[in-house]
Structures are given as C-alpha cells and as structure tokens.
Design a protein around this ligand. Structure first.
Ligand SMILES: O=P(O)(O)OC[C@H](O)CO
Ligand SMILES: [Mg+2]
Length: 241
C-alpha cells in the first residue's frame, strides 16, 4: 500500500539502493513532454498525462510505439521516424539537464555512509552521456549504472530486467531483491521494481493520476521528504557534506 510514511517494523531490511534516473535524479521528463507536445500539435492533438504515464520509464522504441499507436498517428508517422524527429529536438536539451530536488543530498549521504548505490535507467548510452554531462561527479558515486541498451536488459520497464541486472552487479551480488530499495517516478518503473521483488519509493510528478500510486510501498512529493530512518538507513548527517 502506498503511504507517505512507513511503519519501520513492517519493512524488510534494506542494504542496497537502486535509483531510476529520468524524472527521479534528473529533471529530464520535461524535455520529452515538451517535444512530444510539439510533435502532436502538428496533428491537432494534445499530449496528456494519461499518455505520458504509458510512455515514461520505457525504452525509447517501446515508448515510441505507444506514442504513435495511442494517438492514432501511426499511418502518418512510424515509431522509428518519430524517434528520429524527437532525437533532433532532444539533443540540444539533454546537456542542460538539472538535478531533481533532494537527489544530490540523498545520493551523497548514502555514499558517505557506505550504502551501495547504483542506477538502472531506460535511457540508452548516448542519451545517458548527454544528460549527465554536467553531473559526472555525482554519477561517479554509483557503484554501477545499468542502461536501457544493456545486453542483459532484454525488455524495458515494467519488465524487471534492469533492476535484476542492477542487483546482480553489486559487490557480492546477486543481492537478494528483498534487500533492495528502488527510487522511481514512473508507473512502469514502480511496477518493474515490484516485478523484481523489490521495495519501491515512488516520487511521481504531481500531474500523474494518483491511481498509479497504489503499487508503490511509499509515495513522496519530493526526495527532500525521504526519511532514511523509516527504511533503516543512515540519517542525513555531516558525513554527506
Ligand atoms: O526513467 P528512466 O531513467 O528509466 O528513463 C526512461 C526514459 O529514458 C525516459 O522516460
Ligand atoms: Mg524515470
């Protein structure tokens, strides 16, 4: 059940943390939204958050298929051509990516307290590099990074592939999924974490329908609201700063 606070006694012991990237560490979902709004406007259609919810977190080609099919434009624009067009617009936006509130504080605190952390994103390598250009120091704190085009990620979220690959690659892995806590913003990502047998804190965009909150173990408005003690994790302290 999704709660803003959590009963510490009812939770598994968490030893490892897996972060989603887009919309969770980085404020990049807005770029996809903006570009998709522009493309749909050409067809006199509106991009809304029910469609956004179906696309976010997925691998690029999987999200592209959803986009052209759900909007009924697949006869005019193929998923492949949509991606080519979207790509040209996103290229210049990604290097300006900014951190989501609370992401840096949480990542630095976990790292400073020797809690193993990693990233599992639907983003492929080229996009990952553009998005993280200004944030190399923070991402260097990750033990490893699983990308959407990783050979072990056969299917994108909600498949558990990315999160299970992430659990395998920690020191001493594979780590028991029950000991892993995932941070996610997207419905597909939250479902992927549950499909992997992991606990998940959801930090959704406020425009996302609240019916998507139910699958998560905890729902927060911002990473700033995360209380590590509720998950048996080290409190925010001087070690991080
Ligand atoms: O949210 P992520 O990091 O899995 O990325 C997924 C896509 O690249 C954007 O929705
Ligand atoms: Mg995301």
């Amino acid at each position: 059940m999704a709660n803003s606070t959590i009963d510490a006694a009812s939770k598994p012991t968490i030893t490892h943390i897996i972060f989603d990237m887009d919309g969770l560490i980085l404020d990049t979902e807005k770029f996809y939204t903006e570009v998709q709004e522009q493309i749909l406007a050409r067809y006199n259609k509106t991009f809304d958050w029910s469609l956004k919810a179906k696309m976010m977190g997925k691998k690029a080609i999987e999200a592209a298929r959803v986009f052209v099919e759900e909007t009924g434009i697949s006869d005019s624009l193929s998923a492949e051509d949509f991606l080519i067009e979207r790509e040209a617009m996103l290229q210049s936006m990604f290097p300006t990516s900014e951190l989501m509130p609370g992401a840096e504080r949480l990542i630095k605190n976990l790292h400073a307290n020797q809690v193993p952390i990693c990233v599992a994103t639907g983003s492929h390598k080229r996009h990952f590099e553009l998005k993280t250009q200004r944030h190399g120091e923070l991402f260097a704190l990750m033990h490893h990074i699983v990308l959407g085009d990783d050979p072990e990620v056969k299917q994108g979220k909600p498949s558990p592939d990315g999160f299970l690959a992430a659990a395998r690659r920690f020191e001493g892995g594979p780590i028991d999924p029950k000991k892993c806590l995932v941070f996610e913003d997207a419905p597909s990502g939250v479902q992927a974490a549950k499909n992997a047998g992991m606990s998940v804190v959801m930090v959704p965009d406020p425009r996302l329908d609240s019916s998507f909150h139910a699958v998560a173990d905890q729902v927060l408005k911002s990473l700033m609201d995360f209380n590590p003690a509720e998950w048996g994790l080290p409190p925010f302290d001087s070690a991080a700063s």
